[in-house]
Design a protein. Sequence first.
Length: 274
Amino acid sequence: MGLAVVMRAGQVLLVLLAASVVMPAKDPLLNVCMDAKHHKTKPGPEGTLHGQCAPWKDNACCTANTSSEAHKDQSYLYNFNWNHCGAMPPKCKRHFIQDTCLYECSPNLGPWIDQVDSSWRRERILHVPLCKEDCEEWWEDCKDYVTCKENWHKGWNWATGTNRCPWGSMCRPFTQVFPRPKDLCEKIWSNSYKYTTERRGSGRCIQMWFDPAQGNPNVVVARYYAWKKRSSPARMEDVTPETGRAVCAVPRLVLLLVLVLLTVSWGSYGWRSL
């Protein structure tokens, strides 16, 4: 009777062990929202998202109202004025709108979320690998615009409640302030983005622009970098992302209990067979 109970318990634990391998624990770097000014606590579907933010409507960190405000020249989101050196051309402005949509709506930026000590947010993104095309098209469409600052995160004159060029600064062509696409993408938001030579569809860079009918390509990218962040350099060559997640998900305590029960079971069986 004792042996039967032990064997039954061992079978249950083996089932739990198998389930833990097949169903790994939730990754805290995946499908998450930043702790920031306008982000939702958790990502989820939205009935409709406005304009360029629509690709994220199936799973978003932004609300419909936030997506609508992201398209305004001066919205309540941050009171930021795109037209601080004259009217920004529409072909340029659409990239800043898309940048805002990615920042506010994407649930796939977890691997690059960084803690900050700020009055208006506790987290930000840092060194997000932006696809080559996204960065270069952004620069190309904005190169004829003018601006007075290299870093748009800080240093503005907020005396009127909205951003104005600092005293003594001059409006200069984008090509002078940002000589290369890399300068634009990495400097304009305090290294929120990182310029890469990876291309759209590679699974190795975040896309600001994508066709939602083809799915969100950034899901795979976030999964890859989440695995890479967890893995040590020594393990990178020997473990694939999928097997790496499975191995890490195995609870060691369950495995130990299975081994103990199996040892007891075989010991009891051997003693009774004498």
